[in-house]
Write a protein of this length. Structure first.
Length: 404
């Protein structure tokens, strides 16, 4: 056992010990504010209490940003970096994924805190993540693959890689199978769906959150903060591998997911103010221009805070929620559609890939939401209700269970 694994075991032992103290006790809700004790600022919880949010739209924009960023990586015509990457010095696709993980940590923590039921929590995650993912894998392997493969259909379907693409990738291993037999071999990137690498990391984040919930770590604010702070410090200090986790990939994703967890945990005390967002943005810009090492952390704080402002202060955008949650479908189908565009056009520019692939991915996403995701979520809720853990009614993104 190396140093990181020893530290991980110690943290797990501490979590187990803490579980003997009021396991599952929900975080206390602050007493109603009377006229004699008015708050000096409006908190995130106050803003959330008004009902409605723009989280679905935010996730939709993030999924679209992934397509935009991948167009530059996939295009045979090399025109340099995209504008977002040039502006922030961080890959645009990574920024989009960071938004996903922050929102996911925020919403999934809320899901646990409202129920405190492991079976209900895992059921909700299972029916939200797996059905659409499985359909995407099957669609790529059995529809797109044989249509574009350099192999004839009989040879293609006899190849074991065709079927392992489905079943191996459904195991959520950290080493997904990227390609299919004879598919996209002459493209700059041979991967059928280069967006799937985040899903195993997200599933592991859900698992860790469930462990923290069951052991009682999430039942107290400062207990949660101390544990996540100490745990992430260890993640930054040690590069040794741990089972089932790719540390190189996981470090930033764990950080943003943890910020989401902490944001939900301290939502009653977190002020939501435009000037704070402006100050964080300016501090991040100064660090960027001066090439200071603190830029990565200031950027993370600014990005997450601006996400909250967008989600809960721009109330005029709430109309989007009536359409549904197409972000997961766009994320799943964006990359395959981009590869199909390159297959059709041979040498398309990044802008052409984006303009053609985005509506194709949106069409797939609409079908995915209407026919797969929404019915699966409803089925998961029925299973949860039968188990006696029916969740409270929710609004906005939470009603559509906008996670992952």
């Amino acid at each position: 056992m190396d140093a990181f694994q020893i530290a991980f075991v110690i943290l797990a032992s501490v979590a187990a010990w803490l579980s003997f103290r009021r396991v599952g006790t929900p975080i206390a809700t602050p007493a109603p504010v009377t006229s004699s004790a008015k708050p000096r600022y409006r908190s995130l919880q106050d803003t959330m209490g008004r009902g409605g949010d723009n989280l679905l739209l935010l996730r939709m924009l993030a999924a679209s940003l992934v397509i935009y960023a991948h167009s530059y990586a996939l295009s045979p015509i090399k025109v340099g970096r995209d504008l977002v990457t040039d502006l922030f010095g961080i890959y645009a696709g990574s920024i989009a994924v960071y938004v996903f993980f922050f929102i996911s940590g925020f919403l999934v923590t809320g899901s646990w805190q409202r129920r405190h039921d492991l079976r209900a929590f895992l059921t909700a995650r299972l029916f939200r993540v797996v059905p659409a993912y499985a359909v995407c894998l099957i669609g790529c392997a059995l529809l797109i693959g044989p249509a574009v493969s350099q192999l004839d259909a009989a040879t293609y379907f006899r190849d074991g890689q065709t079927w392992s693409y489905i079943f191996h990738n459904l195991s959520f291993t950290e080493r997904l199978q990227p390609g299919l037999p004879g598919v996209f071999l002459d493209h700059p990137r041979e991967s059928v769906n280069g967006s799937l690498w985040t899903l195993p990391a997200e599933v592991r984040a859900y698992t860790l959150l469930a462990i923290l919930g069951v052991t009682g770590v999430l039942s107290r604010r400062w207990r949660t903060a101390i544990f996540l702070g100490a745990g992430y410090t260890l993640v930054l200090l040690w590069d040794s591998p741990i089972p089932l986790v790719n540390m190189k990939i996981a470090k930033p994703l764990i950080g943003y997911f943890a910020l989401g967890v902490l944001t939900w945990t301290f939502r009653e005390r977190l002020p939501l103010n435009l000037w704070i967002g402006i100050a964080l943005t300016i501090a991040s810009a100064i660090a960027r221009l001066s090439r200071d090492q603190s830029y990565v952390y200031l950027f993370a704080l600014a990005l997450c805070y601006l996400c909250l402002l967008f989600a809960y202060r721009l109330t005029s955008l709430g109309f989007y929620n009536r359409f549904g949650d197409f972000s997961y479908g766009i994320y799943l189908w964006g990359f395959p559609m981009q590869q199909v565009v390159i297959y059709w056009l041979a040498d398309p520019a990044p802008s052409m890939i984006t303009l053609l692939a985005w509506p194709m991915a949106l069409l797939c996403a609409v079908f995915s939401w209407r026919l797969i995701e929404k019915p699966a979520i409803a089925l998961g809720r029925r299973f949860t209700s039968r188990a006696g853990a029916s969740p409270p009614r929710e609004s906005g993104a939470m009603a559509n269970r906008a996670s992952p």
